[in-house]
Design a protein. Structure first.
Length: 647
């Protein structure tokens, strides 16, 4: 029997305000008990497992210290690179296994939404110790606790958040909590590191919390005329002021607050940045000058730590610098959280209204747009789940990922029973709601994806055949000739077909090449809609490898060029080819991205509103054309406008 009720803390919003207050009351008691040196036995017989897929000093050690101080025991995987995760074990399996060894799990993970997955699969409680750039709720408990200790309240405080507000997960949890406690938030992001849209959306939707931009003059006035709070000598930031209905009118929206109660400085989360450099001098550099103005002299300086260069060491001896105390209270606060867990008497997994998840009945399951979402890493057992988000663009259907909360803008929707697809516009919204209820909604990233899954456009213009079976057979021969003439060493070629028709075509070209040269090139298929194991060998050919080879990507038609571009990205994840070439059966000449095929079966110029659809039967042993091979062209018809047309 489980020793603890299933109570997860994935987000700071999993705790109600009275629950947070209860944790603080317990933390005050534990802080006193620790100061007295009292031995505690509350967690006797309980085991905590700490699973850290990312480095940590404070969070892991303070959790473990907290559990020991309560008389409990700890098992730890402080570096998951030394665990079976490196053998490919999923997070879902790991937490199920560890739940048999421990009563609660503390998880840190680099992917957004990982804690939600762990909470879904672990039978016992899961505490989120930081998941990607999403949230770090137990850090927020420490932040709020120290703020309350220093300022004696949370309601109506004005807190300036400085630095990397984009990837700083501690900041996101803190924003949600400060909003609920009715505090004002001044956001002072480093240029390009603003609070993400999905955080603002959640604040607006769930907390009626709005923000307005504060002018530089207003902020200077807040800082007593000093230059932008000395946060960045060289590059001014965009600043924003957040106020909620609960903020008791201390700060009317659009006006700078009278004084600041706290600065919350954060480090640049370099490990989460891809392809962006912050130059020296662009990031926050917080020093004693910021505390010298009349309006900032009562402010405390907080930092979740570790610090790098953003916080001057000269501040350490200032009594307003509370960051070391903020880290130290990690022990009593986390003791309090464990004690609060022990107090829970009811399974709270469904205590909060879950809202309606959209169920997708069959493939293709939509892919989250966030490349760091846990659903892109975990494996096929984890189907992404979405909810409808608020519409801002009438031409896309916005869905919100339930794991990482990022928005996915869908351009093509389908009805799973009629197997029709539509280019989305807001006239379809009512129908989409109905299809969600049925459930029969399907969504597609591209028209090609819809077609590959057997969907037809809702309406199309007349069709016309542009290639018959014989012409296709000739085009395949031509492709093989072009490749043979162009590539000096056919033994070093690897053909990679784009699933599904490109893969069929690749084997046909391979057979034609073999007949001409006697060399049988290995063949693989790439599925651009999969995030894992996207490339597999065809016909049990040579083990897949691209290093130093001439890769020929094979596809039936280039529409926008997007599919081929994604295929290239996937191939490059497997190594560095000597050369990459592109062979297509039909080049439409209309491309949204600058990808030009090297080998073309037939040029068929088309307009963007036309579609070319190819049907290919698998390669036969005799290499003969299949009777029903054909390529058709038709015009797309605009999305439906009336209810009658839907029927
Ligand atoms: N504040 C914080 O999360 O620190 P660690 O990364 O050291 O746990």
């Amino acid at each position: 029997m489980a020793r603890l009720e299933k109570t997860d803390v994935v987000s700071i919003d999993d705790l109600t305000l009275p629950e947070i207050e209860r944790v603080f009351t317990l933390a005050d008691e534990f802080a006193e008990a620790l100061a007295r040196g009292t031995s505690l036995t509350l967690a006797n017989g309980l085991i905590m497992a700490t699973l850290f897929y990312e480095p940590s000093t404070r969070t892991r050690l303070s959790f473990e210290s907290a559990m020991h101080r309560l008389g409990g025991a700890v098992i730890s995987s402080a570096d998951m690179r030394a665990s079976s995760a490196v053998k490919g074990e999923s997070l879902a399996d790991t937490v199920r296994i560890v739940s048999a060894y421990a009563d609660l799990i503390v998880l840190r993970h680099p992917q957004d939404g990982a804690a939600r997955v762990a909470a879904e699969y672990a039978p016992g409680p899961v505490l989120n110790a930081g998941d990607g750039s999403r949230e770090h709720p137990t850090q927020t408990l420490c932040d709020l606790f120290i703020l309350r200790r220093k300022k004696k309240k949370l309601k109506g405080l004005t807190v300036a958040l400085c630095g990397d507000l984009k990837f700083g997960r501690t900041v996101h949890s803190l924003i949600y909590a400060l909003a609920r406690f009715g505090a004002n938030i001044v956001a002072v992001p480093t240029s390009g590191m603003d609070v993400p849209a999905y955080v603002l959306e959640r604040l607006a939707a769930e907390r009626n919390y709005s923000f307005s931009t504060v002018t530089m003059d207003e902020l200077k006035s807040l800082a007593g005329g000093l230059d932008a709070l000395y946060l960045t000598p060289s590059a001014p930031h965009q600043m924003a002021l957040f106020t909620g209905d609960l903020a008791l009118g201390k700060v009317p929206a659009g006006e700078a607050p009278a004084s600041l109660d706290a600065f919350y400085v954060t480090r640049l989360q370099k490990e989460r940045m891809v392809g962006k450099e912050i130059k020296p001098g662009e990031y926050v550099r917080f020093d004693a000058r910021a505390l010298k103005t009349q309006r900032t002299q009562e402010a405390v300086v907080m930092h979740p730590l570790p610090r790098t260069d953003e916080l001057a060491y000269e501040l350490d001896t200032d009594p307003r610098a509370v960051y070391f105390e903020q880290a130290a209270v990690g022990v009593p606060v986390r003791m309090a959280l464990v004690a609060w867990l022990i107090e829970q008497k009811h399974d709270r997994t469904d205590a909060k209204p879950a809202g309606q998840s959209i169920r997708f009945k069959a493939e293709p399951y939509p892919r989250c747009a966030n490349s760091n979402c846990i659903t892109r890493f975990e494996g096929p057992h984890l189907h992404p789940r979405f909810k409808l988000a608020r519409t801002t663009d009438r031409h896309v259907l916005p869905l919100r990922c339930e794991y990482c909360e990022r928005e996915l803008n869908v351009e093509f929707v389908g009805h799973a029973r009629s197997h029709r697809y539509y280019k989305y516009d807001e006239n379809l919204y009512g129908y989409v709601r109905q299809w969600i209820e049925e459930p029969s909604l399907a969504v597609f990233e591209t028209v090609k994806q819809a077609e590959e899954h057997g969907y037809e456009p809702y309406r199309r213009g007349p069709q016309r055949e542009v290639m018959n079976a014989d012409e296709i057979a000739l085009a395949v021969e031509s492709l093989a000739d072009q490749i043979a003439a162009d590539v000096s060493d056919l033994t070093n070629v690897y053909l990679i077909g784009v699933v599904s028709h490109g893969a069929v075509l690749a084997t046909r070209v391979r057979d034609a090449l073999e007949k001409k040269s006697g060399t049988r090139a290995p063949c693989a298929a790439v599925d651009v809609y999969r995030s894992q194991d996207a490339i597999g060998e065809l016909d049990g050919g040579a083990p897949f490898g691209v290093e130093g080879r001439t890769i020929v990507i094979v596809d039936d038609v280039i529409n926008s060029g997007w599919t081929v571009q994604r295929a290239m990205t996937m191939i490059w994840q497997y190594g560095r080819p000597a050369a990459v070439r592109l062979a297509v059966l039909i080049d439409r000449g209309h491309r949204a991205v600058p990808i030009r095929p090297n080998y073309v079966g037939k040029n068929i110029p088309t307009s963007p509103s036309e579609r070319v659809q190819v049907r290919l039967a698998p390669s036969g042993h005799n290499g003969k054309p299949k009777a029903h091979d054909r390529a058709m062209i038709y015009s797309m018809v605009e999305p439906i406008k009336t209810a009658e047309q839907v029927k």
